[in-house]
Design a binder for this molecule. Structure first.
Ligand code: BES
Ligand code: ZN
Length: 642
């Protein structure tokens, strides 16, 4: 059964306001529309935004922007609908490196505004005196160094002929191209008109109003998009390039550059099946279409769950579909993240932990329990590694609910802990109550909180009310407060083990003990190969590494995940062919998850590694998105003037 989403939003809003009236925990602003509730409980306060939602908040954003590929600037205006009490004096918006030239009301009458001092993490507050205005228009342009945006030269694209632009909003980057209240708890509907040079296509995380664009002056074309469901502002996304589309089913398809279309469609051709599987688990897909945009290799993430249009790295194309869990993951965010959204970045685990759990359930549904168990078991190892990296199980950075200080970028708190410990928590609940009960709960949970922000405390309250229901023995058995608020991994953690791994572990042990390379199992899955490599001792004699590489050619593999774990093993062993491979890999793609740890490894290898890191970065840096270069700058102590 498919439920019309509009009535669902309305229903959710009504339910939410009933609850609010009952317990007083949430309150709506006087004349704010019933949709898109803002949580005003203390734990929902977002320290990473200047917004004052209790006084005035944005409910709708309309942007009209023109791309300047020569200057790397977007310019135009943003018209914001504001919900505010009659007594409200001002609205505060988030901006970063924007040049604001005018602020007016809907009739064009200037409104007083001030752009405050810029903070290195949060950007600058834009305060607008409202008077009677409930619609404000901001004329502005972006900086060429806008954090959210990467402007690619033709050489950095697959086609090599036309330039490319894409945005990445999460966590607090969208304020560098859209002046709005950039807080995940302040949901906004939006519309956009993007004017680009002829020959380029603009795609966005909304519904296209003119698929082919409309002619505009000066050999430009305008593309219009709308999102009529309230979303967190980090989910507004744009890409402009030489883009083509291929359908993979009635409501799914792939956007990418022409030369990437066939490869992408082959690798991700089963999109439609993914959506069906996800719906069968946790209820209707509420966003209409589900398309995938395969970006150029500098895309800084594996994937980004932009509504209706997941952005994905081409490094997930292994040729054999072995890395498609990435699609399961981004699709799962259509429920956990986009429908029910972390209220603040301290609750990031609600997005990523739920999604990692859901991802694995989709994988199990489509590819079976063997594949799912291998991936879950690898995630368990990742969790152990993340705990070590965070400073051990006593470190506060290993908590699910974070307590980020204002002077720390939310980016810093976003580690694998949220993903793997979060998923393990949900698996532990599943095991305690049984899958049938848990699935029914989770499905209803998404319905209850659809199109609303959620805090960690809010989730625990919902769990107590709708799953635990006063069963004190059950509550003690799970230990939900410990899971959510304490560091480390509780003793009751459910570890899903793969029955394929003991043989792999034994093979790694035998090889490490000097066994012949011929005894290493060949022709195994990507997940088994990754397990094998990560199980090897970190120090290996040169000829042993060479023996493996001669047989498996992992230094040359096009499977990015295998290449990455291989390089992490061989670089500290100063394996020359690995160093060449690393250089090539670091120049060919800019995915932060690969790039940052590899540079960290090189920097940890004395003068030799450091010299290599500096040389490679000197060449690679210009090709990276600001998200990646920002992180690597810190790893290398790189000064921009360098
Ligand atoms: N939402 C994240 C990407 C993200 C996280 C962007 C934090 C900005 C800040 C996305 O869903 C994600 O988790 N991507 C993963 C891939 C996934 C398969 C685990 C990635 O990029 O590696
Ligand atoms: Zn995610």
């Amino acid at each position: 059964m498919r439920i019309a989403s509009v009535s669902l939003i309305a229903l959710a809003a009504v339910l939410a306001s009933c609850t609010a009236a009952k317990n007083g925990a949430e309150k709506a602003i006087d004349d704010a529309p019933a949709v898109s509730q803002v949580l005003l409980t203390p734990d929902a306060k977002d320290i990473h935004s200047y917004a004052n939602p209790a006084e005035a908040r944005v409910t709708h954003v309309a942007i009209d922007l023109t791309t300047d590929f020569a200057a790397h600037i977007l310019s135009g205006n943003a018209t914001l609908d504001v919900a505010a009490a009659a007594t409200a004096k001002q609205i505060i918006l988030d901006t970063r490196d924007l040049t604001v030239t005018a602020v007016t009301d809907a009739a064009g009458k200037p409104l007083p505004f001030t752009l405050g001092a810029a903070d290195p993490i949060h950007g600058a507050p834009l305060t607008v005196t409202l008077g009677a205005a409930r619609k404000i228009r901001i004329a502005y342009s972006t900086s060429p160094k806008a954090d959210a945006l990467q402007w690619l030269t033709p050489a950095q694209t697959a086609g090599k002929k036309l330039p490319y632009l894409f945005s990445q909003g999460e966590a607090i980057l969208n304020r560098s191209w859209i002046p709005t209240q950039d807080s995940p708890g302040i949901r906004q509907t939006w519309e956009a008109k993007i004017t680009v040079p002829e020959g380029l296509t603009a795609v966005m995380s909304g519904e296209a109003k003119s698929a082919l664009g409309e002619a505009a002056p000066n050999k430009m074309r305008s593309f219009s998009y709308v999102m009529d469901k309230p979303v967190a502002p980090y989910l507004i996304a744009l890409a402009v390039g030489d883009l083509r589309f291929q359908a993979t089913g009635p409501r799914t398809g792939i956007w990418t550059e022409p030369s990437m279309l066939e490869k992408s469609a082959k690798e991700f051709g089963e999109l439609e099946k993914f959506v069906d599987a996800a719906e069968s688990l946790y209820g209707p897909y509420r966003w209409g279409r589900y398309d995938l945009l395969v970006l150029p290799p500098s895309f800084p993430f594996g994937g980004m769950e932009n509504p209706r249009l997941t952005f994905a790295t081409p490094t997930a194309i292994a040729g054999d579909g072995s890395l498609v869990s990435l699609i399961a993951h981004e699709l799962a965010h259509s429920w956990s993240g986009n429908l029910v959204t972390n209220a603040t970045w301290n609750d990031f685990w609600l997005n990523e932990g739920f999604t990692s759990y859901f991802e694995n359930r989709i994988m199990e549904k489509i590819y079976g329990p063997k594949r799912a168990a291998m991936e879950a078991d690898l995630s368990w190892s990742d969790m152990q590694a993340a705990i070590k990296e965070a400073g051990g199980p006593a470190s506060k950075d290993t908590q699910l609910r974070l307590d980020l200080p204002a002077n720390r970028s939310p980016d810093d708190g976003m580690t694998q802990i949220a993903y793997d410990k979060g998923a393990t928590f949900l698996r532990t609940i599943e095991a305690a109550v049984g899958r049938a009960k848990w699935d029914a709960y989770l499905r209803a949970y998404f319905d209850r909180h659809a199109f609303q922000p959620q805090t960690t405390a809010g989730f625990l309250k919902d769990l107590r009310e709708n799953l635990i229901k006063g069963d004190t023995a059950l509550e003690a058995k799970i230990g939900i407060d410990q899971w959510a608020y304490q560091p480390g991994i509780p003793a009751n953690a459910v570890h899903v083990t793969s029955d394929a791994f003991p043989a792999i572990d034994a093979a790694a042990k035998a090889f490490a003990a000097g066994g012949p390379v011929a005894a290493v199992p060949g022709n195994v899955t990507t997940q088994e190969t990754m397990r094998f490599i990560t199980q090897l001792p970190r120090t290996l004699p040169a000829e042993r590494i060479k023996a493996l590489d001669d047989r498996f050619a992992w230094s040359d593999t096009g499977n990015s995940e295998i290449r990455f774990v291989w390089l992490q093993l061989v670089l500290p062993n100063r394996y020359a062919r690995g160093e060449k491979s690393a250089e090539q890999f670091l120049l060919a793609q800019g995915r932060r998850k690969f790039v940052a740890p590899l540079f960290t490894t090189l920097m940890g290898d004395g003068a030799h590694g450091q010299a290599l890191a500096k040389r490679i970065y000197g060449e690679a840096r210009a090709g990276y998105h600001p998200v990646t270069s920002g992180t690597v700058d810190k790893i290398l102590g790189w000064k921009t003037a360098q």
